[in-house]
Write a protein that binds this ligand. Structure first.
Ligand code: NCD
Ligand code: ZN
Length: 335
């Protein structure tokens, strides 16, 4: 069996920088493009930083037909700065992190009232707001506790396009249907695993990410929303590579490296559930409609011949362990 996708997009991707960027960028190049996260050290906060980063991303892609949709790390900005950002080539939107909530987010927002003026301007200029939606509460409740913030944002700024990034709960899926200006991304791992796979047996550091995987009912709700073709749910891998020594460590960094297995696993997931016809919209169509994107035409064919996942990817002095390391997957990308 084969499945051909037109211009698949990854709407939430961490490529990192330097040697790690050189390793990761080619491993996402089967996608036609991706929304590139700005949580570098230091975070990408100015158009100049963003343009320089986009150039490094393009160099690392080495000619691959792949569009980096660039983001800026949200900070409170005035009209002039916002206009400069909006007109920078390749700019896609702002990513808002609550301060200290995840990897390299210390410079995030600690008080939403400081952001009000900027959010109003974004609403007026049509700039999308991408949000890491977690509170600082108990780890399993962080997303649910943040839903009141999404409600507040969606009703206060009814024309602002707000993306709930990497949703992990049934409650977030329900919230999508309350506000037409909300959309969401969901990762591969949150469609596949629960907290059981992370910590129910021996601790699996390579499956540890923020937000943490939740309960079976949550995974089921996410999966049903994806398989049923929810028009405002998009694939965003949140593929978040960390060096092996930072994952297999006392004090494990959060992030699952899924880029190399994302498309084969999605093909497997959608075909085994009889929803192959819904995959195109999930990995591209919905994002194109919601954000008005016209990605580079690119066809990717997946087939049900096995993929042997490397136990690790090593190059440029970097070593990263992918999800399903060392395993054989039933689907692969056709060369
Ligand atoms: C991401 C990272 O490592 O940059 N980690 C993660 O667990 N998802 C940051 C993020 O998206 O929260
Ligand atoms: Zn992320």
């Amino acid at each position: 069996m084969e499945l051909t996708l037109d211009s698949p997009l990854d709407m939430h991707l961490h490529l990192r920088d330097g040697d790690m960027l050189k390793l990761t960028a080619p491993l996402s190049a089967d996608f036609a493009g991706a929304v590139i996260m700005p949580n570098l050290v230091p975070p990408v906060t100015t158009p100049d930083m963003m343009l320089a980063y986009a150039e490094r991303v393009r160099e690392a892609l080495d000619g691959a037909a792949f569009t980096p949709y660039m983001t800026l790390f949200f900070t409170a900005l005035g009209e002039k700065e916002l206009t400069a950002a909006a007109s920078a080539p390749g700019f896609f939107g702002f990513k808002l992190y609550p301060a200290g909530i995840t990897t390299n987010s210390e410079g995030g927002v600690s008080n939403l009232t400081e952001a009000e003026h900027t959010l109003r301007l974004m609403e007026e200029t049509g700039i999308p707001l991408l949000v890491h939606g977690e509170s600082h509460g108990f780890v399993m409740d962080r997303e649910q506790e943040f839903l009141s913030v999404y409600r507040h944002l969606a009703s206060t700024y009814p024309k602002l396009r707000i993306c709930m990034e990497h949703i992990t709960t049934a409650a977030a899926v329900e919230l999508l249907d309350e506000f037409p200006n909300l959309c969401a991304t969901v990762t591969l791992q949150h469609l596949l695993i629960t907290l059981d796979e992370v910590a129910g047996g021996m601790l699996q550091p390579h499956l540890f990410c923020k937000p943490i995987a939740k309960r079976p009912a949550d995974r089921e709700a996410l999966l049903q929303a994806a398989l049923s073709g929810h028009p405002r749910l998009m694939f965003g891998s949140d593929s978040a590579p960390h060096p092996r020594c930072k994952k297999e460590a006392c004090g494990c960094a959060a992030g699952v490296f899924t880029a190399p297995v994302a498309l084969p696993k999605l093909a497997e997931l959608f075909t085994t559930h009889g929803a192959a016809d819904k995959l195109q919209d999930f990995v591209s169509g919905n994002a194109c409609r919601l954000y008005g994107l016209t990605p580079t035409p690119k066809k990717v064919t997946l087939s049900d011949s096995p993929m042997q996942v490397p136990s690790r990817y090593c190059s440029f002095g970097q070593e990263v362990v992918p999800m399903y390391a060392g395993q054989t997957l039933p689907w692969s990308i056709k060369a």
